[in-house]
Design a protein around this ligand. Structure first.
Ligand code: BDR
Ligand code: CA
Length: 314
């Protein structure tokens, strides 16, 4: 299996991502690190520990990371993820506490200890990853790829042009993008599209198995508020984990990407250069400020829904 580490702000859809990473036979989840984002970092740690216990994986190391972005103040998304940051489902408190090392230390240790290069899957503001890259740059020698949920080539969500994770810590996202390792941007252009149909969500919710049932509850909570009688639920961050387990389901284009760091309405935008180069399909050349990134522009929705259901109902 592919060694992976998830850096998250659990988070309804981060929880869906954790469930998939624990249960997919092709993935080996080696550690989980937590950062402030959807809710405060202590809430994220609690939610993460609870999800791993419900998933039947209480032994995976979990560490607490940054409690605020590099420069900005914390701006949580409780309006989306509920007061506890995970849908206020009334889940039990976790039985254990996090590791006694911080996220950066755990990330360094697990990356360098892995016999095979690790794929990092950040599904949150990139604060921990930026601190890791600046503190221990040698880790890049054992990173296969970073597949991160964040950014948007087209429309944003936190602002008209900026996606939440990048908007929450734009400087950190810029450091991540310029890490010098292969990067896949699983942004809003595909993030919103992968929706599990209503009947499948109902089946998951009716399961007697705690992890499967939790996936159903979380998906039901994410159902679009459109007044549909049987809405499905979006996979959100879990799509980035699908992209690692099954990269063929994603259509990416290798394009220059730059994070807007300027104050004002564009701050946190991922500016993706999609301009055609006459006569050449891949003439783009990255620069230090505008590295080449594999930007996800299309996704095989049915394939990822099938992959998700097969793994969490296993
Ligand atoms: C991202 O923001 C968070 O609220 C979600 O968990 C996801 O990682 C989407 O913009
Ligand atoms: Ca997230």
């Amino acid at each position: 299996p592919i060694p992976v580490i998830i850096d998250c702000d659990t988070g309804i859809d981060d929880a869906l991502a954790l469930l998939l990473a624990v249960r997919h036979p092709g993935l080996d989840l080696r550690a989980v690190t937590c950062v402030a984002g959807n809710t405060d970092v202590d809430g994220v740690v609690r939610n993460t520990l609870t999800v791993l216990e419900q998933a039947g994986a209480p032994e995976i190391p979990v560490a607490r990371g940054a409690e605020r972005p590099l420069i900005e103040a914390v701006r949580t998304a409780r309006h989306v993820h509920g007061h506890d940051g995970m849908g206020d489902l009334g889940l039990p408190a976790p039985a254990r506490t996090p590791a006694d090392v911080d996220a950066v230390t755990l990330l360094r240790r697990e990356i360098l200890a892995s016999p095979r290069p690790v794929t990092l899957i950040p599904t949150a503001p990139a604060t921990n990853i930026a601190l890791l890259l600046r503190t221990h740059p040698e880790v890049t020698r054992n990173i296969e790829r970073i597949v991160f949920m964040g950014g948007a080539a087209a429309v944003g969500n936190a602002t008209p042009v900026a996606e939440f994770n990048v908007w929450h810590d734009p400087e950190a996202a810029a450091i991540l993008l310029t890490a010098g390792v292969p990067i896949t941007m699983y942004g809003l252009d595909v993030f919103r599209r992968v929706i599990v149909p209503g009947p499948d969500v109902r089946r998951l919710r009716a399961s007697a198995e705690p992890g499967t049932r939790l996936a159903g509850e979380l998906l039901a909570h994410r159902g679009p508020a459109t007044g549909e009688t049987d809405p499905g639920g979006g996979l959100g961050d879990a799509g980035a984990v699908c992209a690692v387990a099954d990269p063929e389901g994603l259509i990416t284009h290798r394009l220059p990407v730059e994070v807007s760091l300027a104050p004002g309405p564009s701050r946190g935008q991922t500016i993706v250069d999609r301009r055609a180069r006459p006569g050449e399909s891949e003439l783009h050349e990255g620069t230090r400020e505008q590295p080449l990134v594999d930007v996800a522009l299309d996704v095989d929705v049915a394939r990822y829904v099938k992959l998700y259901l097969a793994a969490v109902e296993r």
